[in-house]
Design a protein around this ligand. Structure first.
Ligand code: PLP
Length: 398
């Protein structure tokens, strides 16, 4: 059976055509490396979009998952299970260290569900008449109807109009725009510390603190979406730490399971307390299998000092990228980096060339390559990847 599909004939593909038809099929991974079904090797500088931060087939995570798979996968939420409890305590500890607040979490299966939970929590917190959520243009918060409504990309709303109401969008990075939007009808502001899908756009200095102050003035919640930036990716455990702010609600997913589908919505205990039994739920919230992976990820990231790894390797990757004549600047933090290409160099063309030569990253817009290697990436892999990028850029520039 063929594992890839004729990209010009979507009807022949067994998947709904939302991702186009995948032109490559990946079979195996190890650390930073991936092999496709034809046996071709790639360096993975995308990590499944900031997911496999501890590398593919990480033996510690694989062992935790396989041991749990033969012990207990799942019980209903009528019962606790030791893995979910242990993982919740570990994640709550990380967030208490980062925010200074004790808190509680709800486990989800994806980033969108983490944000969906946060949006419901904000509406319950706000009460009738105070349910508006403010977010930034260019943001990405998910694909469910409510998280799509929060996502500040009108072109993604258009095919599914009308959107659920109660969402306002403001210009990214503009504190005055947030000040105008945050009126007494606002229950929460949801913000990414670095817009990932929006093009690797770090929050300007003081922006997050300004939002914190505005939320405090009107009694609105500050929700930070750490789905792409959380779990050490930025060189801090959470991206909001770069600005030293203390959010009320934090949403998580992606690297939290290193590929096991799992996320969480965390809130300060007094905020979480507005939820009552029956207000929210999910059959798969906190399965033993997924949360065994979460515990192993947190333990392994602490053991490795993952934030320090992201900082050191991010600085090295930035230097290497800036040595390329066609890279104008590099933005981001730690190992979430956007290489801004010189005028006239088309990032999607470079991306396609890199796939041919064996490097996976992505063109997050027409002129930016986004690099999200695993935090465990080796120095020789950084050098090899930037060598491939240099060759591709030189070729496309010609
Ligand atoms: N929020 C942010 C910041 C994201 O980057 C993403 C995914 O890219 C999401 C939410 C949605 O997560 P998921 O695709 O797991 O639903």
């Amino acid at each position: 059976m063929s594992h890839t599909f004729d990209t010009t004939d979507l009807a022949q593909c067994p998947f709904m055509p939302v991702f186009g038809a995948p032109a490559l099929s990946m079979e195996r991974g190890q650390g930073t490396e991936l092999w496709d079904t034809d046996g071709k090797r790639y360096l993975d500088f995308l990590s499944g979009i900031a997911v496999t931060s501890l590398g593919h087939a990480n033996p510690v995570i694989a062992d935790a998952i396989s041991r749990q798979a033969s012990t207990l996968l799942h019980v209903s939420n009528f019962f606790a299970n030791p893995q979910a409890t242990a993982a919740a305590v570990k994640v709550n500890e990380l967030l208490q260290e980062a925010t200074g607040h004790p808190g509680q979490l709800f486990f989800t299966n994806s980033g969108a569900e983490s944000n969906e939970c946060a949006l419901k929590l904000a509406r319950k917190w706000g009460g009738r008449g105070r349910h508006t959520v403010v977010s930034a243009f260019g943001s990405f918060h998910g694909r469910t109807l409510a998280t799509l409504a929060a996502t500040g990309q009108p072109s993604k709303h258009e095919p599914f109009a009308p959107m659920p109401d109660g969402f306002k969008h403001v210009a990214w990075g503009d504190l005055d725009a947030v000040r105008t939007a945050v009126d007494p009808s606002v229950a929460a502001v949801i913000i990414e510390p670095i817009q990932g899908e929006g093009g690797v756009n770090p929050a300007p200095a003081g922006y997050l603190q300004g939002i914190r102050d505005l939320c405090d003035e009107v009694g609105a919640l500050m929700i930070v979406d750490e789905i792409q930036t959380g779990f050490a990716r930025t060189g801090r455990w959470f991206g909001f730490e770069i600005d030293g702010v203390r959010p009320d609600v934090v949403t998580l997913a992606k690297a939290m399971g290193n590929g096991m589908p799992v996320g969480a919505c965390w809130a300060r205990t007094d905020v979480a307390a507005v939820f009552e039994p029956g207000d929210h739920g999910s059959t798969y919230s906190g399965t033993a299998l997924a949360t065994a992976a979460v515990s192993a990820v947190v333990d392994e990231m602490r053991r490795l000092d993952a934030p320090a790894m992201a900082t050191t390797k991010g600085a090295r990757l930035t230097d290497l990228l800036l040595s390329l004549p066609q890279v104008e600047s590099v933005r981001g933090a730690g190992l979430i980096l956007g290489a801004q290409l010189a005028d006239g160099i088309d990032a999607p063309t470079v991306y396609r060339r890199l796939i041919e030569t064996g490097l996976i990253c992505n063109a997050v817009n027409a002129s930016t390559l986004r690099l999200l290697p695993p935090l465990t990436v080796r120095d020789d892999e950084l050098v090899e990847a930037v060598g491939l990028i240099g060759d591709a850029l030189a070729e496309v520039a010609r």
